[in-house]
Design a protein around this ligand. Structure first.
Ligand SMILES: [Zn+2]
Length: 370
């Protein structure tokens, strides 16, 4: 969780073990305090006061169960190897109950808002995800990301308060914290307006709606589950899709929603964008020209290049050494520099999609769970 911001400078094996222990201690303490502070309040969706929020799952629980064993799945930190930092995402193996969860809405809302897309029977036979299901996915994606940013902002504010100037334990200067805070708040604003649009679509079927440009059901179960919005920077021909280094107020990145949902004996893969969005037009065309196996390969690459919201089956260890993915996952966006990178050339190198065949394709039949 929020590793994409806080892991800066902490690469696997580069951190002094003593420092790591200290860092874990400080972070765990801070997280415990923050969690207590934000444990109760008003449901972000309906506004009702609650004593404790629902432990909502971003990736539906039934999908995680379909790849879990002994009630556990493998998290991204099995690849990243970052310090635990007192967050569940710091673990290599996570209980399904703590995998990709957020606490922002009440139980009632959680039980009704997502029920269409969380119903396995809606993926049976020739059924295709409905507009409503897509809106529910978008809504949940943004709730999760709003929660992440809120937690991150609380933690940054907490850390700034605690931090004597240039505390080496955090290896971050006050200035860096301030920049991170600014970026997190900008992000929160963006996610909130995306959430509002999804909310209207869920409630009233209003707004531009969503365009599902890819839906495929595999007749096997993949060892990986994911549900996340990603902000694609560069398309397959090197054109800019979203200039993520552009922090100008008013700039609004557009997301591609990516889902790999393992079912009992199949897997549903869904890619969609907002209907009115023209930024993905070229990307969609390029994607459409790929053969079926390459499409899966590219989706697989997008997962590791852009997200940290995936979970894998433990059996994956028998098939590949996860470290092979380390280089790809370490290309996460770095946008909180005090002088934001404007160099589009660098953006092109970092997010070059032509490397997709270089990593194992966990969506291919070769790696199927069953
Ligand atoms: Zn509610």
């Amino acid at each position: 969780m929020f590793f994409e911001r806080l892991d800066q400078g902490y690469q696997k094996g580069t951190i002094d073990p003593k420092l790591e222990i200290e860092l874990n201690k400080k972070m765990s303490k801070a997280m415990a305090e923050i969690r207590k502070e934000i444990k109760s309040g008003q449901c972000f969706y309906c506004g009702k006061s609650v004593d404790s929020f629902c432990n909502s799952h971003n990736i539906p629980r039934f999908c995680l169960r379909n790849i879990g064993s002994d009630g556990e799945v493998v998290g991204p930190n099995a690849i990243l190897g970052l310090p635990k930092m007192g967050v569940s995402m710091g673990k290599e193996n996570l209980g399904i109950n703590e995998s990709g969860t957020f606490s922002l809405i009440c139980r009632e809302c959680d039980s009704v808002l997502f029920q269409d897309y969380e119903n396995p029977s809606n993926y049976e036979l020739d059924k295709k995800p409905s507009q409503k299901m897509l809106a529910q996915i978008a809504l949940k994606n943004y709730l999760k990301f709003i929660y992440k940013r809120k937690l991150e902002i609380a933690l940054l504010e907490h850390s700034v308060k605690q931090l004597p100037n240039n505390d080496p334990v955090y290896a971050l200067t006050r200035e860096e914290f301030a920049t991170k805070l600014k970026v997190s708040k900008l992000d929160l604003g963006t996610y909130t307006s995306d959430y509002e649009r999804a909310k209207k679509a869920v409630e009233f079927g209003k707004g531009p709606g969503y365009y599902m440009f890819y839906y495929r059901k595999l007749d096997y179960v993949t060892p990986i589950a994911i549900q996340a919005p990603i902000t694609v920077s560069i398309d397959l021909e090197g054109n800019i899709v979203n200039d993520v280094f552009n922090l100008r107020p008013g700039f609004h990145p557009y997301d591609l929603h990516l889902c790999v949902l393992p079912l009992e004996s199949e897997t549903a893969i869904i890619l969609f964008v907002e209907n009115e969005d023209v930024r993905y037009r070229k990307f969609r065309k390029q994607f459409g020209k790929l053969d079926e196996e390459s499409k899966l390969g590219l989706i697989n690459y997008l997962i590791f290049l852009y997200t940290e919201d995936y979970f894998m089956a433990k059996e994956i260890h028998n098939k590949i050494d996860l470290q092979i993915l380390n280089e790809t996952v370490n290309r996460m966006p770095v946008i909180w520099n005090t002088s934001p990178i404007k160099d589009t050339k660098m953006l092109g190198v970092k997010f070059n999609l032509s490397n997709w065949p270089s990593i194992p394709n966990l969506l291919s039949e070769e790696y199927k769970l069953r």
